[in-house]
Each structure stands twice: as C-alpha cells, then as structure tokens.
Design a binder for this molecule. Structure first.
Ligand SMILES: [Fe+2]
Length: 223
C-alpha cells in the first residue's frame, strides 16, 4: 500500500506525546507507514554520490531550507523525488518537535556505508528518532532480549527485529525516566555494497556534546 505525498498512513509518534510514552514500559516504538509514492524508486535509482547528508540544530520551519542546502551541496537533482523527501523529512522532524514539545531539533541526515555502529548498545540520550530512507533498517532487540544482545554482541543469536524502510523508530535512551533504554544497532553493511540514508533526530545537545560521533554520545551517529 502506498500513500500520496504528505498523507501518512500511521501516526508518526505515540499519540500520548512524550509524557505518555515516557511513562510506558516500552523502550521503543515503531511507526510503520507507507512511503510517499515518489520516494522508493527515486531513492533506489539515485547514485549514492548524490545523496544529501549533513546536520544542524534548527527549528522545524527551517528544515526545508536546510535540506535544500544539502541537496545543492550533494548535487541532488531537483525533481519530484527530491521534493517528496524534503516534505517527508519536514513532516517527521516537525512531528518529533511536537512530540517532545521542543522548538528546535538536532537533525542529522547520514549516508552510511560502514559498520560504525554495529554493536548492540543503548544511547546516552532521553529519546531519539530514526528513519531509514534507503538500505537496511535499524535493528533492535526486544526488551527482554536486550541485556543478552549487549553481553554477547556478535555471538548473540536471539531475536533481532529490523525496522521497515520508512518506519519512524523511537528509541528511549539512558536518560529516559526509569532508564528503560532500547537496545539497538546499525545493520552491518560494510563490504556488502549497501548504502543507507538515515534520518536521526535528537533534542539539541549540550554544547559539550556537539560534535560527538560515537553511537553512545548525545550527538551520535544514527543506528
Ligand atoms: Fe544508537
């Protein structure tokens, strides 16, 4: 099933907002949704060198302009697919800001070709949202399997879920109430030829965290 641009097939974020989600026992939430019709084929056909990537701390209304700058820098063709991606990221970032009741978001759009965040881990944030637009989705362990996944890493043979493409994955981190942090990782893609395009949304980090590149940092790379 597909949905027209801008018409989302499922709520992007839990209806109760952060207050409701933070009080729940769940460490993660996955919003499965249909993609805007233009996006899958357009992204699949785009040479990886033309994929936009970058980061900023901005208000939702500045997201389209921020993305236009990334598109220009990457040489992304100005067509209907590009407009659909810009609109979708704007919708997701705006939804994230409303969900948390914040006026600015730390937005990252990353092109991922390596295994930088392959280890099962929990993020050192309150909550994070991820959306994989291209390539394999973020992997996460069901809450009851999380400790084992972290302990065993490559030897872990328990249940692992992969977020569907275009799903918005909400992950609680260590700083969430009750510290019910979701165990997750980036799918290993190095050497496979796969390219991922991942949107990562956070609350604006403290100045000391800005520039962090580790998965466990507040300014971390996506998983
Ligand atoms: Fe992470």
């Amino acid at each position: 099933m597909t949905a027209p641009v801008g018409e989302l097939s499922a709520p992007l974020f839990p209806a109760g907002g952060w207050e409701g989600f933070s009080a729940s026992m769940a460490a993660h939430a996955v919003s499965r949704r249909a993609a805007p019709v233009e996006l899958p084929a357009w992204l699949d056909g785009l040479p990886p060198s033309l994929l936009p990537h970058g980061r900023a701390i901005i208000g939702p209304s500045d997201v389209p302009g921020f993305l236009d700058a990334l598109f220009t820098a990457a040489g992304t063709p100005d067509d209907a697919g590009r407009a659909a991606l810009r609109r979708d990221i704007y919708e997701v970032a705006s939804g994230f800001a409303r969900f948390l009741g914040i006026s600015r978001v730390h937005i990252r759009l990353d092109k991922v070709t390596d295994d930088a965040c392959w280890r099962f881990h929990r993020d050192n944030v309150r909550v994070r949202a991820l959306c994989t637009y291209l390539g394999p989705g973020t992997q996460y362990a069901p809450d009851c399997w999380g400790p084992r996944a972290v302990a065993e890493q490559r030897d872990y043979d328990g249940l692992v879920c992969s977020a569907p493409r275009f799903a918005v994955v909400l992950l609680k981190g260590w700083k969430s109430p009750g510290h019910r942090a979701a165990v997750h990782r980036s799918p290993p893609v190095e050497g496979t030829g796969a390219v991922r395009l991942v949107l990562c949304l956070n609350e604006p980090p403290d100045a000391a965290d800005w520039g962090g590149s580790c998965c466990d940092g507040a300014g971390s790379a996506p998983a």
